[in-house]
Design a protein around this ligand. Sequence first.
Ligand code: GLY
Length: 569
Amino acid sequence: MEKVYSADRYGLRRLIAGLAVIALALLATGVAAAERPGKAAIASAHYLATEAGHEILAAGGNAFDASIAVSSVLAVVEQTSSGIGGGGFWVLHRAEDSFETMVDAREQAPAAAHPDMYLNKDGSVNRDLAVNGPLSAAIPGEIAGMEYIAKHYGRLSLARSLQPAIRIAREGFPVYEKYHSMAKWKRDTLNRWPAAAAALLDNGEVPEIGYVIKLPDLAWVLEQVAEQGADAFYRGEVAQRLVDGVREAGGIWTMDDMAAFVVKEREPIRTDYQGYELITASPPSSGGIAIAEMLNMLEVYPLQDLDRVQRTHLIVEAMRRAYRDRSIYLGDPDFYEVPIEMLTSQHYADGLRASIRYDKATPSSMLPGEEGLPEGNDTTHFSIIDADGNMVAATLTVNLAFGSGFMVPGTGFLLNNEMDDFSAKPGEPNAFGLIGFTANEIRPHKRPLSSMSPTLMMGQDKVAAIGTPGGSRIITMVLLGILDFMAGHEPESWVSLPRFHHQYLPDRISAEADAFTAEEVEALRALGHEVEVRSGTWGNMHGVMWNRETGEVTAGSDPRSDAGRAIVR
Ligand code: GLY
């Protein structure tokens, strides 16, 4: 029996479980063996990516192979959010030996990068250089990450797992609503670089929904990688094309920068909450540490028994403190000694909690620290569990929508603008309003600090994977999703929840329109919080869960996007 969880317009409905029961898979008995799910679930931001993952599972692949298929198809159909011109983190759980790891294929700065590279003569930050065009792009990691996963964890060849992406790049995909709206926002930037406009727009205009985009150059790049491995991308013809194109357009990449990119396998952050072990992203992401800090602060509160105002107040106070620490302590651990043990310790969280009052918000200015700040809606996340219980939570990005907007002719993919995730100037907000200091300053070959928080939740009764895009808001969305899981709810609930966010600076709660009633907003204001109710939504969360007690495998795809899909098969 297959279950499809189809994304729908936000506000119209919560996802309806089992909306389309498509096939009677007679081989699947529906009764999971005690130690394995027996079914697989994939939830991603695009139905073609979810289908591609299942295609690879059906071909004998495991969750790790499927993650390559999903990542590479998203790199074709969702260049708004991720791609082979970007990078990301894959958190893996291997069922046979309960081994977990994080594959870090985060982009890294080229050798000629330096702390002042985005400063104007007067010392101000040149925001255009920092986010648009080749100077904003760091060396991409996604191809290296996928090859690494295929070699170390997959059952199939990289070439096999890339097949769906190559096919879709050649045959094309129809423009969907999210693509259309993001293209409206980025049209003028894409038009600055003819290759990007030709590949991703319709004669320089925003393509209509249903317009078919074919990317033969991207198919060629993927075929090179399928035939020759990642070397084609980092040392071969593709690398030369990229370096020449970037330099011609004013960038600073070299062939040595390309060859210097390596995947780093890192120990994930682990923390316990209410009997579950959470396994989440480690630096150069700030997400896992911030989540651990917040959960450690919140653990003593009976959150489920509190009224919504008191509950929100305490969660916001935890968010505020964790984001303050983000701005001060977090950066690439290969360049800056991140005090992971301190930040994730219960003792440290107990100290932070001691300053939280029940009756009053703590102004961020009263917290010791430097300064800080927020948001974004791009990046992509997917979650997978296969029939054997292998799991992947992966969050991938090109940073802002359509990344740098820059495409090297003959490649078919956009380059990221991940350099803006560094702190271009101490205390100066980036596109997400996030600030940073020495820990996240620009250095050659350094990886910019991320908020991406792919997370696994492992318990005796249930295991789950969760994550979302959303810039600085990723961390608080994942926190709210985790708390909803802990409250006993299903993936459809985590992904649909109305969201609120606080990130230390600016010192305010921002909330989706249906997060609070008018009375609750007033009550939060009475506690001293500034509350900004926003008309828009944020995030695009995708989660999967296996209930070991009932044997049920479920999945949820965020209703805020039209293209996402969760399928249990
Ligand atoms: N570029 C968004 C992030 O990595 O957090």
